[in-house]
Each structure stands twice: as structure tokens, then as C-alpha cells.
Write a protein that binds this ligand. Structure first.
Ligand code: GDP
Ligand code: IMO
Ligand code: MG
Length: 419
């Protein structure tokens, strides 16, 4: 029996979907614990490239049980589209169960997200506009509607009440909208949601633990987007960290074993907010181009920069990471000198941690490592990788004091090495 957690250590898009898919063969259950369709998790295998938003990344493995946990927020329209997209593939989907306690994203939540961003102007968060913030606000405000409410006799009534409240706020924002069609589609889409079994996922998972099943909790977003520990207010609205797996699934901390922390060999960020090692030169452009750094959910170009060790150490500590996974090492091929941020200059002082004032401008202090020219994507064995690549991995392991157990050199399942 084991419950392991897999989560992002940076600003999301580290490659969580790919690795959950790769690791699913070791688990009986894959359970998403937070976030919603703001996530875009990309899987590539057998010539298929597929992006998941709400559905766990174990869905293409026969026999795996996938659970959307109570900590997740669900947009029925996007969920229906995800199911349709999977049905259009030549691969069977495995079992999918949904927590009755997962909250619903209403059409008006999406409108509120847009209205709030518009009102913020140039200070906007850069939200994915999927209604995430307003839905979690209604959850903590104790007004939300949950999957388990759909079949209740007074569901429509409760929906109308919440909608009216939202309309008042939209009027306050002076925000123009057209709700009719969106609403119609939303109610239609509930039928797809109803086709899946709605469960009390905490009980289900407790039983699974008791009977010796292996469970992998799949995170969304990344530690630096966490509502408490990220670069607030430029964050998402849920706890993306390991503790989020406890609250988002109802699994106690003493049941957790490994915490897998995923990071890119460099950094990316989509949306607004501080990014100390961001590059505005041709190297940044190169990373974006070679790494194909465009948001899997919104298509927006991702900002690119060098790896940031103080930020990674912070993320490792907050999550209690036991094993690291380094993604997209292949993207660094062809760069002569690779920079690694080891410290920041903050108000004239050299510091090695991420301070509260992170949004006020930290100047990164870099160490330079030798790059390599060789293409890594077609490697059959990690041992055949250039010495400089091995040196980069060893350097990071030493600095981060945590073993790097998976090295990924391409988007496909097969381009994955275990160490
Ligand atoms: P997630 O949100 O953490 O699941 O990550 P995304 O799917 O949003 O973004 C990761 C992107 O990098 C996707 O397009 C993946 O197909 C791709 N990818 C994952 N691992 C690698 C890798 O090692 N090398 C390269 N070149 N691409 C990768
Ligand atoms: P995955 O799971 C990268 C970012 C948005 C924005 C901020 C708030 O694919 O790694 P929200 O819509 O949550 O209110 O947006 O968070 N963001 C992500 N960035 N990957 C994600 O998910 C993200 N989900 C949200 O760009 O800056
Ligand atoms: Mg993503």
C-alpha cells in the first residue's frame, strides 16, 4: 500500500501529465486533487498527442481507476468536451469516478473571472478565464454547488439563487455578457457528468488504502502558483502543494509516502507575476521555440528563463519532496553556457531564499555551467548522454539535496529515463 503525490515545483506546465501517464503502470488509482480546467496536461504515446484538463492522466491505462477528487472544480461543458475528445481517439478510456464533493464551475463563475480580470486592467492575474477563482470563492464562502447536488430536487432553485447573486456582482462590475446560450449548454452538459459514477471519494480511497491498493495523487499547476505559498496575488486559487492532496482527497498525511517533485531544466511562466530569472533575449526566445512553450489550455506563449535554485529549494521544502524528476533537458541542447540562479540580490544583499517581497524585484545571481550540443531526444540510454548533461544533473542533485530519479528528454512516453 502506498499513496504517493506528484506535483509541479515551478509555475505549472512542468510535464506532470506526461509523468503521471508514464507512472500509471505502478498504480491502481490515479486521483486529481485540486485545480480545474485551468490545467492542461499533455500526454504523448503511440503517435497520439492529447491534452487533459479535468480528467486524471491515468485515463489511457487499461485497468487504472481515475478519480476526480473533492478538491477539484469541474466545468461540465469542458468535461463533456474532454469526454468527446477521448471518445474520438482510438484508445479506450479506463474507469472514471467523480467525487460528490467536487464543486461546479457555473457559467456565471466564468463571467465573474472575466469581469474581475477586466477591472484589474494592467494588474490582471493573467487568469485562464475558466472561472477558477470565483468558484473557489463560493466554496470558501459556503455558497457553492457540488457534483452531489446535481440530482437534488432543489438543484435548479439553488442554481438560480447563486446565479442571481453573481448577476448583482456583474452589474457592480458594469460587465456586459450574454448568458443564455452558455447556460443552455451548461445544463445540457450536466447529462454527460451524470453518466459517470459520483462517489464519496474519501471513503473509496480509505477502503483502497486498507485493501493495499497503490494510489498516485496528481497535482495541477505548480508550487509557485499556490494560493498560500505562491507569488500572491499572481497565483491560482487552490493549494497546489502536497498538503493539498490531503485536503483535496481526504487522505491523512500519515498515509502519504513519496512526494514526486517535477521541474523543467529551465523555467517557464504563463500569465502575470514575478519571474526573477526571466529572459528577454534570444536565449529566452530559443527556449520558447525549441521547448514549444505555448499554454496547453490557452495557447498563450509561455515566458521563459533560467532555472531558479532558491525557488526550487523553497518548493522542495514546502512539499517535502523525496524524489525529483527533471523534464525537458533536451531543450537546453545547443546552448553554449547554461546559467543557474543560485542566489538573489535583494536590496543590495545576497540572499539564498525567496523572500515575502519577491514581487518587488529580485536580481538573480547566476553560476555558469558548460552546455552541450548533442540532441538528446533520440537517446536510447541515458549513459550515452554527453558528459555536460550528466554534470548538469549531478550539480542540481547536489544543490537540491534530493535525488533526480526520472530524466525526460522528449514529450513521448518512451523519451523517459529512470535513474
Ligand atoms: P503539465 O501541465 O505539467 O502536464 O505540462 P504541459 O502538458 O502543460 O506542458 C508540458 C509540455 O512539454 C507538453 O507539451 C509536453 O508534451 C512537453 N514535454 C513534456 N516532457 C518533455 C520533455 O522532456 N521534452 C520536451 N521537449 N517536451 C516535453
Ligand atoms: P497546469 O496544471 C500554468 C496560471 C494562469 C494565471 C494564474 C491564475 O497545466 O500546470 P487561474 O485560471 O488559475 O485563475 O489563473 O495561474 N495557471 C497556470 N499556469 N499551468 C497551469 O496548470 C495553470 N493553471 C493556472 O496562467 O497566471
Ligand atoms: Mg499544463
Amino acid at each position: 500500500m502506498a499513496v504517493d503525490v506528484l506535483l509541479g515545483l515551478q509555475w505549472g506546465d512542468e510535464g506532470k501529465g506526461k509523468i503521471v501517464d508514464v507512472l500509471t503502470t505502478n498504480y491502481d488509482i490515479i486521483a486529481r486533487f485540486q485545480g480545474g480546467p485551468n490545467a492542461g496536461h499533455t500526454l504523448e504515446f503511440d503517435g497520439i498527442k492529447h491534452v487533459l484538463h479535468t480528467i486524471p492522466s491515468g485515463i489511457f491505462h487499461k485497468g487504472a481507476i481515475n478519480i476526480i477528487g473533492n478538491g477539484v472544480v469541474i466545468d461540465p461543458i469542458i468535461f463533456e468536451n474532454e469526454i468527446k475528445a477521448i471518445n474520438n481517439l482510438d484508445v479506450e478510456m479506463s474507469e472514471l469516478l467523480i467525487s460528490k464533493k467536487a464543486h461546479l464551475i457555473l457559467p456565471t463563475h466564468k463571467l465573474l473571472d472575466a469581469a474581475s480580470e477586466k477591472a484589474k486592467g494592467k494588474n490582471k492575474i493573467g487568469s485562464t478565464l475558466k472561472g477558477i477563482g470565483p468558484t473557489y470563492m463560493d466554496k470558501t464562502g459556503r455558497n457553492g454547488l457540488r457534483v452531489g447536488d446535481i440530482s437534488a430536487a432543489n438543484f435548479k432553485e439553488r442554481y438560480e439563487k447563486l446565479k442571481q447573486k453573481h448577476i448583482q456582482i456583474l452589474n457592480f462590475y458594469d460587465f456586459e455578457y450574454d448568458l443564455k446560450e452558455l447556460e443552455l449548454k451548461w445544463f445540457e452538459s450536466l447529462n454527460t457528468l451524470k453518466e459517470f459514477e459520483h462517489i464519496e471519494s474519501e471513503h473509496y480511497l480509505h477502503n483502497a488504502i486498507k485493501t493495499g491498493k497503490n494510489i498516485l495523487a496528481e497535482g495541477a499547476q505548480g508550487t509557485l502558483l499556490d494560493i498560500d505559498f505562491g507569488s500572491y496575488p499572481f497565483v491560482t486559487s487552490s493549494n497546489t502543494i502536497a498538503a493539498g492532496a490531503c485536503t483535496g482527497l481526504g487522505i491523512a498525511p500519515n498515509k502519504m509516502k513519496d512526494v514526486f517533485g517535477i521541474f523543467k531544466a529551465y523555467c517557464t511562466r504563463v500569465g502575470s507575476g514575478p519571474f526573477p530569472t526571466e529572459l528577454f533575449d534570444e536565449v529566452g526566445e530559443h527556449l520558447g521555440k525549441v521547448g514549444n512553450e505555448f499554454g496547453a489550455t490557452t495557447g498563450r506563449p509561455r515566458r521563459c528563463g533560467w532555472i531558479d535554485l532558491p525557488a526550487l529549494k523553497y518548493a522542495i521544502n514546502i512539499n517535502g519532496v523525496t524524489k525529483l524528476m527533471m523534464m525537458k533537458g533536451d531543450v537546453l541542447s545547443g546552448i553554449d553556457k547554461i546559467k543557474v540562479c543560485t542566489h538573489y540580490n535583494f536590496n543590495g544583499e545576497k540572499i539564498d531564499y525567496l523572500p515575502f517581497e519577491a514581487n518587488d524585484g529580485l536580481t538573480p545571481i547566476f553560476e555558469e555551467l558548460e552546455g552541450w550540443q548533442e540532441d538528446l531526444m533520440s537517446l536510447d540510454n541515458l549513459a550515452d548522454a554527453p558528459k555536460e548533461f550528466h554534470d548538469y544533473i549531478s550539480y542540481l542533485e547536489r544543490e537540491l539535496e534530493t535525488p533526480i530519479t526520472i530524466v525526460s528528454v522528449g514529450p513521448d512516453r518512451k523519451q523517459t529515463f529512470f535513474r
